[in-house]
Ligand binder design. Structure first.
Ligand code: NAG
Ligand code: NAG
Length: 627
C-alpha cells in the first residue's frame, strides 16, 4: 500500500470512527454506513444493503410508520437495484455494468454519499461512478452517475438504472396518475402469447406492452412508481437537464416484473447513440427514490407529486460536490415570450442548448435546460451551468422554431432576455390547416387497437391499431376542408400500403395482404388570386422507413423519398403518437389552384409487400397562399 493510499484509508477510518456511525442492518436508528463486501447504508427511515463489487442494491427496508410487516420485508426480494449499459467499443456491442474497484465514502452529519467506481476499463472503457446518497431521517435515497471520456471508439446506446422489486407487496403501478392500476402478474405474462418485443396477448384477449407505460421526458409527468396496499416506491425526476433527445423524447417508466426504470439514455423512438468526444463528462441525475405509505394508490401517488415539488426547491442538490455538477455556481435565464404579439395560448417550451446543437431531438451528449412559459408568457430557466447557449423555442399551435444565439449565463446571476417577440413563419394567407402543430398525432383518428389491461389509454397506445387501418379507412382518408373532422376523418399515421402490419400479425386477424399504395385526399375550394405562390407545410410526428409524395390537381409538387436522420423511430409499433419530428415546406405556383381542388398524398415511389411496416405519422398540414 502506498503512503497516499494509507493516508486516504486512515482519513476514511477517522471519519467513520469519529462519527461512531457503523450500523447494523435494520436498526433504523441514525444515518450510518458499514463498509464491507456488502455495504449497509441506513437512516431512521430506510435501510439499504449494497453489493459493493457490482454496486447493486440487494436489500431495501422501509421503516413504515403504519405497517409493521413492511418493516421486516425486503422490498427488493427476488430482485435488486442495478445499472446496465449497452455500449459499443470499436464497433463491437457489449452489455456491461460497473465492475467496482473502489468505493469512496463521503459523509457528514446531514448525508452519506457512496461512490462506486468502475475500475475495469477493459470491461467498460470510460470513467464511471455510481453514487448512492442518503440524507438523515429521509425516506428518499438518491442515485446519480458521473461518466467521463477516456478514449475514442466508445458509444452508448442504452444507459440505465433499474429496480426489480419484490412482487408480493408491489402489486400496482402508476405512470402518470391516469395510467395506474394493478400490474399484470408474471404468471399472466408467462402464459401469454408474445406478439412483439415486450408485447403479450393475455388469456382474456387483451394485449399488454411495456410501451403502453412510456412517458415524455418533459417535466409535466415526472413521477411514476410501483405501489402496494400500504407502500409506495416512486421515482422523483426533479430535473431533466441530462436527458437525451429533448423534452419530447419518450422513455420507459415501469413495467411487469415490478420494474422501475430510470433511463439516462436510450435509443427508443429514434434517439441516436451517445458519441462522446474528448473532454466529455456528464452527470446523470440525481434521481430520488421515495418510499411512502398511504391508504390508497392515488393517495400515495399524490403524496409523491407533492414530494417532487419539495425536491424541486432543492435542485441543484448540494450533496453533489463533483465539479461537473457545479451545484454552487449555476445561473438562470428569464424573460417573457410573445408569439405573434401575445403570450402563446398553449404550451411553449424554452430549451437552452449548447451553441453547436441544431436539433435537441438528436442531441445526446450535452445538457439541455428547459422550461414551459407561464400563461402570461413569463419564463425562468433555473439552475443553468455558466456558459454560452442557444435558446430554442417550440410552441403548440406554432409552426417552426424560434432560435436566439449568444445567450450568456454567468455564475449565480440571472440573464434577463427581456421580451422575446417571435413572429411565426408565414407564407401569406392561410387557406386551411388540418391538425395542430405540436409534434404529436394524437388529435387524429386512431383505428381501434386491442383492449389493454392498462386503463385510460389513448387509442394509439393500444396494440395493433395498424391492423384495423384497412377496416377504418377502406378507401383511405378523403378529407373535405370545412366539413370533415380531423379527429374522425384523418388518420394519425399513413401506411404506404393498404394493409399495414407484419405478415404474421395480418394472419392473426385474418387479413389478406393488399400491397396497393395508399392514396389520401384533401379536398378544398379556392376563390382567390392564382397569380402568386402557394405553400404547403407538412409536419410529421414520426416515420418508419417511408417518404411522401404530394400531388395537387394531378400535378406533383413534392416528393420526399426518405427523411434525414434515423430511418425508423418505430413510434407506431411502440404505441406512441410521436417519434422524431420532421417538417417539409413546399412552395408552388398558385396557378395550379382551381375552384375545387384535390390534394393527394401517396408513397414517393413503387410499393411492394416489403412496405408492410413503412409509414409516416402526421403532425399537421397547412396550406397558405401569398397575395
Ligand atoms: C474485466 O472485464 C472483463 C470483461 O468482462 C473480464 O473478462 C475480466 O476478467 C475483468 N477483469 C478483472 C480484473 O476483473
Ligand atoms: C380467423 O380465422 C380463424 C379460422 O377461420 C378463426 O378461428 C379466428 O377466430 C379468426 N380470427 C379473427 C380475429 O377473426
Amino acid at each position: 500500500m502506498s503512503i497516499k493510499c494509507l493516508i486516504a484509508s486512515l482519513v476514511l477510518l477517522l471519519i467513520h470512527g469519529s462519527a461512531g456511525q457503523k450500523c447494523n442492518a435494520r436498526s433504523f436508528q441514525r444515518l450510518c454506513v458499514t463498509d464491507g463486501s456488502n455495504v449497509v447504508l441506513e437512516n431512521e427511515k430506510l435501510s439499504l444493503t449494497i453489493n459493493k463489487a457490482k454496486a447493486q442494491i440487494s436489500a431495501l427496508y422501509y421503516n413504515s410508520p403504519s405497517d409493521s410487516s413492511i418493516k421486516s420485508t425486503n422490498l427488493l426480494r427476488g430482485g435488486s437495484g442495478y445499472y446496465i449499459a449497452v455500449i459499443s467499443v470499436d464497433g463491437k456491442s457489449v452489455n456491461t455494468g460497473p465492475d467496482v474497484g473502489e468505493m469512496k465514502i463521503r459523509q457528514n452529519a446531514e448525508y452519506i454519499d457512496l461512490a462506486f467506481i468502475n475500475k475495469n476499463t477493459s470491461n467498460w472503457p470510460i470513467h464511471f461512478e455510481l453514487h448512492l446518497v442518503l440524507e438523515k431521517d429521509s425516506p428518499i435515497f438518491y442515485y446519480y452517475t458521473i461518466h467521463k471520456y477516456l478514449r475514442d471508439g466508445y458509444t452508448a446506446s442504452q444507459l440505465r438504472w433499474a429496480i426489480r422489486a419484490n412482487a408480493d407487496p408491489f402489486k400496482y403501478y402508476s405512470v402518470d396518475g391516469k395510467r395506474a392500476g394493478r400490474m399484470p402478474t408474471q404468471q399472466a405474462i408467462n402464459s401469454a402469447e408474445t406478439l412483439q418485443d415486450w408485447t403479450y396477448k393475455l388469456s382474456d384477449g387483451s394485449v399488454y406492452s411495456k410501451y403502453q407505460q412510456i412517458s415524455n421526458n418533459e417535466y409535466l409527468h415526472t413521477v411514476f412508481g410501483i405501489y402496494g396496499d400500504r407502500i409506495g416506491l416512486s421515482v422523483l425526476q426533479t430535473h431533466k437537464e441530462w436527458v437525451s433527445g429533448g423534452p419530447f423524447k419518450q422513455s420507459l417508466t415501469t413495467h411487469t416484473g415490478q420494474m422501475l426504470l430510470f433511463c439516462e439514455h436510450t435509443g427508443h423512438y429514434g434517439t441516436p447513440d451517445v458519441v462522446p468526444t474528448k473532454g466529455w463528462s456528464k452527470v446523470y441525475g440525481p434521481i430520488g427514490f421515495y418510499l411512502n405509505d398511504g391508504k390508497s394508490l392515488s393517495q400515495m401517488y399524490l403524496d409523491a407529486q407533492r414530494q417532487l415539488k419539495e425536491e424541486g426547491k432543492k435542485w441543484p442538490y448540494k450533496f453533489v460536490t463533483a465539479p461537473e455538477y457545479n451545484a454552487q455556481g449555476r445561473g438562470s435565464v428569464s424573460g417573457t415570450l410573445n408569439v405573434n404579439g401575445s403570450p402563446n395560448k398553449q404550451w411553449a417550451y424554452l430549451i437552452l442548448t449548447e451553441p453547436h446543437v441544431d436539433d435537441p431531438q438528436f442531441e445526446t451528449a450535452t445538457y439541455m435546460y428547459s422550461t414551459v412559459a407561464a400563461t402570461n408568457g413569463r419564463f425562468s430557466i433555473p439552475a443553468v451551468r455558466p456558459g454560452n447557449y442557444k435558446l430554442q423555442v417550440i410552441a403548440k399551435g406554432v409552426v417552426g422554431r424560434y432560435i436566439q444565439t449568444n445567450v450568456n449565463v454567468e455564475s449565480n446571476k440571472n440573464t434577463n432576455l427581456g421580451t422575446i417577440n417571435w413572429q411565426e413563419e408565414r407564407h401569406g394567407k392561410q387557406l386551411w390547416q388540418i391538425g395542430v402543430p405540436d409534434r404529436d398525432s394524437g388529435e387524429f383518428k386512431s383505428p381501434p387497437g386491442y383492449p389493454s389491461p392498462i386503463p385510460n389509454l389513448e387509442e394509439y397506445r393500444k396494440f395493433g391499431t395498424w391492423l384495423s387501418y384497412s377496416k377504418t379507412f377502406p378507401n383511405d382518408p378523403d378529407f373535405t376542408v370545412g366539413s370533415s373532422d380531423p379527429a374522425k376523418d384523418w388518420g394519425y399515421f399513413m401506411p404506404m400500403i393498404k394493409t399495414p402490419g407484419f405478415p404474421a400479425q395480418l394472419k392473426m386477424v385474418n387479413i389478406t395482404q393488399n400491397t396497393q399504395p395508399t392514396n389520401w385526399k384533401v379536398r378544398f375550394d379556392y376563390s382567390g388570386s392564382t397569380g402568386g405562390t402557394a405553400t404547403l407545410t407538412l409536419g410529421f410526428a414520426a416515420n418508419v422507413k417511408a417518404g411522401i409524395r404530394a400531388v395537387i390537381n394531378g400535378k406533383e409538387i413534392l416528393k420526399v423519398t426518405g427523411f434525414d436522420g434515423p430511418k425508423a423511430d418505430s413510434a407506431l409499433f411502440r404505441q406512441a403518437a410521436h417519434g422524431i419530428f420532421r417538417q417539409q415546406t413546399v412552395t408552388f405556383s398558385a396557378s395550379l389552384l382551381k375552384a375545387k381542388n384535390i390534394l393527394e398524398f401517396t408513397p414517393p415511389g413503387p410499393v411492394s409487400a416489403n412496405h408492410f411496416d413503412k409509414m409516416v405519422m402526421w403532425d399537421f398540414l397547412r396550406m397558405e397562399v401569398s397575395n
